[in-house]
Write a protein that binds this ligand. Structure first.
Ligand SMILES: Nc1ncnc2c1ncn2[C@@H]1O[C@H](COP(=O)(O)OP(=O)(O)OP(=O)(O)O)[C@@H](O)[C@H]1O
Ligand SMILES: [Mg+2]
Length: 332
């Protein structure tokens, strides 16, 4: 017996000549919160649609609770609940009616529907708004409604496609609490995200995907150890040409391997020794390279992403400003 709720082997999905999912294999244990972290277009939604059986794979196999989804039919589909990337609630209907339609769609027994809906409204902190048209809800309220709606048929595997994209930081953190609560009742959760800090704060294990491939998989701390550095040095210069010159200097004199993006330079410091900072600053000063800002920090998942792909997650994410801002609040 395996305690894997999901097993994916060599999954490939092509759209014409384009390969959106390029040989993904992974196993998800019962009860964990598993994060699929990747920038726009990485293949997150496609992977999810394949797991749900909404798309047919080009090749590869998916088993949910040991059952192959290509032959498992409704039995497998009923085990899974989905919160879609776009919030799709019927704005003309009340929160209660939105949940009721879903309950009927998923054949929740008639006698259980009212109780389930009360429970769901309570979990989503929407009990006081149950009769209000959901179109009048804030973004956060609508996302919470879609979250509990995905739970209405008691799925064992709950799939959340970017549950917090577009939410402000308060709503995002509150959503994390609601998601964590669900694991207490034994649900396994797969969520996709573009937010490094979300994967870090919420997920037991994380797969970093880029261009349809898994680049790394593990707990947040295992992934951070992959950077193999005591600290990350980050320097912003007056312009890109200065950053390039500084990069050459740090390579030559300090045996570092910097990454330069625009006016910003990142470099891993294998062994942290505070004495190296004044030495670096003096060397830069000597070459008349003007430091606009300098910072040293413990490796984050962003550093892992840079190490794996050569560019920052946020450089490719659409909502750069939101991500960077929220990172300031909760960087750990
Ligand atoms: N039906 C389709 N036909 C052609 N190309 C597609 C189709 N669906 C997705 N793609 C392409 O596959 C790639 C992966 O898309 P996918 O929606 O899985 O990315 P994602 O990681 O969910 O991104 P986002 O964070 O923007 O939601 C993208 O380049 C996308 O344009
Ligand atoms: Mg998507």
């Amino acid at each position: 017996m395996t305690n894997n709720i999901l097993e994916i082997k060599h999954l490939v999905k092509k759209f014409g000549d384009f390969t959106a999912v390029d040989g993904i294999s992974l196993e998800i244990k019962s009860g964990e919160i598993f994060g699929i972290l990747g920038p726009n277009g990485a293949g997150k939604t496609t992977t999810i649609n394949l797991i749900l059986g909404l798309l047919k794979p080009t090749s590869g196999a998916i088993k949910v609770d040991g059952i192959d989804i290509s032959t498992g039919g409704d039995k497998v589909k009923k085990m899974m609940g989905l919160m879609t990337q776009e919030t799709v609630v019927d704005g003309d209907l009340s929160a209660r009616d939105n949940l009721e339609i879903f309950a009927e769609l998923y054949h929740v027994p008639k006698g259980e529907i009212a109780g389930k809906i009360d429970e769901a409204l309570n979990e989503a902190d929407l009990s006081n708004f149950s009769e209000r048209q959901s179109g009048t809800f804030s973004g956060g309220m609508q996302r919470r409604l879609t979250l509990v709606r995905a739970m209405i048929q008691d799925p064992r595997l709950l799939i959340l496609d970017e549950p917090t994209t577009g939410l402000d930081i308060q709503n995002r953190v509150s959503m994390w609490g609601h998601i964590r609560d669900l694991t207490k009742i034994g649900v396994t959760i797969i969520l996709t995200t573009q937010y490094l800090e979300e994967a870090d704060a919420l997920c037991d294990r994380i797969a970093i995907i880029d261009h349809g491939k898994i680049r790394a998989i593990g707990t947040a701390s295992e992934l951070k150890k992959m950077v193999g550095a005591g600290r990350i040095l980050e320097i912003i210069f007056e312009n890109e040409s200065q950053a390039q010159q500084a990069s050459a200097l740090l390579k030559g004199h300090f045996k570092l391997s910097p990454n330069v993006k625009g006016d910003k330079l990142d470099a891993a410091l294998e062994k942290w020794d505070a004495k190296v900072l004044p030495e670096i600053l003096a060397a830069l000063e000597k070459k008349k390279l003007t430091v606009a800002s300098i910072n040293v920090h413990l490796p984050t998942l962003d550093d892992v992403f840079i190490k794996l792909t050569g560019s920052g997650m946020r450089d490719s994410a659409e909502e750069t400003h939101v991500s960077a801002r929220s990172n300031m609040f909760i960087r750990r």
